[in-house]
Design a protein around this ligand. Structure first.
Ligand SMILES: [Zn+2]
Length: 161
C-alpha cells in the first residue's frame, strides 16, 4: 500500500490537463491510485500485441515500471484531487479487500462499508476522466465543476457510475 497523498511526479510533459483543460506540464496519474493495488510494475499489451498477427509486436508485451497510469493531469489538479479524494477511495478499496479476503461463503460475499461515498464516487469519475485521452468525459456538462470543487455534491446529470 502506498501513501495515498504521495503522487509520482515522474517526467513532466506539456499537454492539456484532463481535468481543468489548461495547457500545462502533465504529471503521471496512477489509474487506479497506488493504494488500490496499482503499486507494482505491470505488463501492457495493446491491440497490436494481441490481435495484429502481421505486426512484429504480436504476442509480445511491454513492461511498465510505473504501474498503470498516464500523464494526464496538471500538477495542481493531481495534487488537489490526490489530497481531496484518494484517501477516502483507498479506505473504500481496503475495506472491500478485507470483505473479500474474510469471505467464508463460496457463492457470494457481502459486507458493509464505512466511507465517504461522495469522495469515493469522485475518485472513480476522476479515473474515467484521467483515462480518457480525448476529453470526452471532462466535457460532459458539470463534470469538471463537480471534481474541481471538493465541496460540490452536484453530480453531473448525464453521467452514471
Ligand atoms: Zn489541471
Amino acid at each position: 500500500m502506498g501513501n495515498p497523498k504521495t503522487k509520482d511526479k515522474g517526467n513532466l510533459h506539456l499537454g492539456n490537463c484532463a481535468l481543468c483543460a489548461k495547457r500545462a506540464k502533465l504529471s503521471f496519474e496512477h489509474i487506479p491510485p497506488q493504494c488500490a493495488f496499482n503499486n507494482k510494475p505491470i505488463y501492457v499489451q495493446t491491440h497490436e500485441h494481441l490481435v495484429e498477427e502481421s505486426s512484429y509486436l504480436f504476442g509480445k508485451k511491454m513492461k511498465s515500471q510505473r504501474c498503470f497510469g498516464k500523464q494526464t493531469l496538471c500538477e495542481t489538479c493531481n495534487n488537489n484531487t490526490g489530497g481531496w479524494y484518494v484517501k477516502d477511495f483507498c479506505s473504500f478499496i481496503k475495506q472491500g479487500m478485507d470483505i473479500l479476503t474474510n469471505n467464508q461463503n463460496p457463492y457470494y460475499s457481502s459486507g458493509s462499508y464505512k466511507c465517504k461515498p461522495q469522495n469515493v464516487i469522485k475518485q472513480i469519475l476522476l479515473m474515467f476522466l484521467a483515462a480518457d485521452s480525448h476529453g470526452i468525459v471532462r466535457d460532459f456538462p458539470g463534470v469538471s465543476d463537480y471534481l474541481l470543487n471538493k465541496e460540490s455534491s452536484a453530480f453531473p446529470d448525464k453521467v452514471d457510475i
